[in-house]
Design a binder for this molecule. Structure first.
Ligand code: FAD
Length: 462
């Protein structure tokens, strides 16, 4: 439970976005009082803990490239300056991303790579050059047994993202949590926020029934502040500024106050598979040049099929983690409602079911990897978390004059941009209009706002 009744800044959520915000707040000024509250028992246990935790700087949107590129460079810097982040397990393992592309996709990505200003570190690879990916069917003839209609597109080539790979989520969460604590940030875990409320610099007028402010007061500068953070045990803490980084559950805290997030949380599942077919893929040595090798040899990269289905190699566990972007099989929203229940009953196992492995997931793989249908690849475990989709696939930093900011809209790629986003939210707390990303590049906060947004929509969402 929080030790004080008042803080300069309260951050709600100890996921990657809240953790990075707290760390950069303390880095800028360790004297100020910062509280991070999270309903779960430790850092990074929300959607971060359910994620693939991959990192890439290959995006169609220049802003996503800037945010992810600078964050990845920061993670590289952390790894370089902390022995414990390299050995025995590295924080970053950049074994690459390999997009297997249809002809149409190849043409689309060629336009992106031709744009020299984009400076994307990715190159096209001919299939002959790549080597034989075990079990790959390049020209499938049907989607699944008995399917009518068009055949899946043939694979015409590949795109290799060299500086992409995996980040160890628990190490990243631990780093931010430990460093922020060392710099004086207070963390309160197992502490559920049930709501936020307004209070004024002077007596404010509230509707009697709802305890909401009368509308006219919004237009009197400086009068209203969202400064009370209500906890499940009935207590509240006060803050000058509140950063809501509660992932998929953010809207439940902000919308009752009339603050929009513009985001749609959608469950996404991961399926861990094992077996001889998996071993064959894990032992494959492609003809590629990733940044990180294993005993000098390139390994199976993170693979994306033309359907958008993804394969993450988990070398130590001899497993593959399979996923496929899902925006149709389940309704928008979260199963949990911490504001209502006074607790966050997040259960990764409940967000995926073994039955949908065969019905929803495999059909996106088997045209290209028919062996996945047989016993050589068997389902081991499955789990899920949320993508909090913004309308354009870019993150959102929506700030309100009355002291609250929403940091979210990860759209499935929040871990890889977390450091940059944390810097942006910390800059807002300082009253700044721009932040410096790792490496020094300036980034105006308005670019990710809802009202003055200046971004191109992202098309490469995985
Ligand atoms: C299957 C899957 C695969 C993914 N793969 C990747 C990937 O490869 N790379 C990548 O970058 N991203 C990936 N993601 C997305 C990534 O998990 C999110 O972008 C990231 O976790 C968002 O960070 P966050 O801090 O906004 O939210 P979260 O990680 O969900 O953290 C939010 C925190 O807020 C807390 N909270 C919520 N409500 C309350 C409340 N009322 N009171 C107190 N605390 C509260 C939660 O307990 C939680 O700890 C994936 C996600 C899924 C589900």
């Amino acid at each position: 439970m929080p030790s004080k009744e008042r803080y300069e800044i309260v951050v709600i959520g100890a996921g990657p976005l809240g953790l990075a915000t707290a760390y950069h707040l303390a880095e800028q000024d360790p004297r100020r009082s910062v509280l991070v509250v999270d309903a779960l028992a430790g850092p990074g246990e929300g959607s971060m803990g359910a994620s693939n935790s991959m990192v890439r700087d290959v995006f169609s949107s220049p802003d996503n490239r800037r945010l992810a590129g600078a964050s990845i460079r920061f993670y590289e810097h952390v790894m370089g300056s902390h022995e414990s982040m390299r050995d025995p397990v590295p924080l970053l393992d950049r074994y690459g991303y390999l997009w297997l592309l249809s002809e149409d996709q190849r043409a689309e990505y060629a336009r992106l790579l031709d744009d020299r200003s984009a400076r994307i570190e990715a190159r096209f690879v001919a299939l002959e050059e790549l080597g034989d990916l075990p079990g790959l069917e390049r020209s499938p003839t049907r989607w699944f047994e008995g399917a009518l209609g068009t055949a899946p597109p043939a694979i015409a080539g590949a795109l290799f993202g060299r500086s992409c790979g995996a980040v160890a989520p628990e190490m990243l969460a631990h780093f931010y949590h430990q460093e922020a604590s060392r710099l004086g940030v207070e963390f309160s875990f197992s502490t559920c926020v049930t709501g936020l409320s307004f209070e004024g610099t002077e007596e404010i007028l509230l509707h009697e029934d709802t305890r909401r402010p009368l509308a006219f007061q919004e237009h009197i500068p400086g009068r209203l502040r969202i400064s009370r953070v209500h906890l499940a045990d009935g207590r509240f803490v006060r803050a000058d500024r509140v950063v809501v980084a509660a992932g998929a559950w953010s809207a439940g805290l902000l919308e009752p106050l009339g603050v929009a997030t513009a985001c749609s949380p959608r469950p996404q599942s991961t399926y861990s598979v094992a077996g001889p077919g998996v071993d064959a893929l894990l032992d494959w040595v492609p003809n590629l040049d990733p940044i990180d090798r294993d005993q000098g040899r390139p390994r199976l990269p993170f693979v994306i099929l033309p359907t958008g289905a993804t394969i993450k190699p988990v070398f130590r566990q001899r497993r593959l983690w399979l996923g496929c972007l899902d925006t149709v099989s389940r309704p928008i929203g979260t199963l949990e409602d911490p504001g209502r229940d006074g607790r966050l009953d997040f259960n990764m196992g409940r967000l995926a079911d073994r039955g949908s492995y065969a019905t929803d997931l495999l059909p996106a793989f088997t045209p290209y990897l028919p062996g996945f249908e047989s016993a050589v690849v068997r389902l081991d475990r499955c789990w899920g978390g949320y993508y909090n989709f913004s309308p354009d696939g870019l993150p959102i930093l929506a700030t309100e004059a009355y002291g609250v900011a929403f940091l979210g809209g990860d759209s499935g790629s929040g871990i890889m941009k977390a450091d940059s986003l944390g810097r942006l939210a910390a800059a807002w707390c300082d009253g700044a209009t721009e932040a410096r990303l790792f490496g020094g590049e300036r980034y105006p906060l308005d670019r990710l706002s809802l009202l003055r947004r200046k971004v191109e929509p992202e098309t490469m969402i995985l």
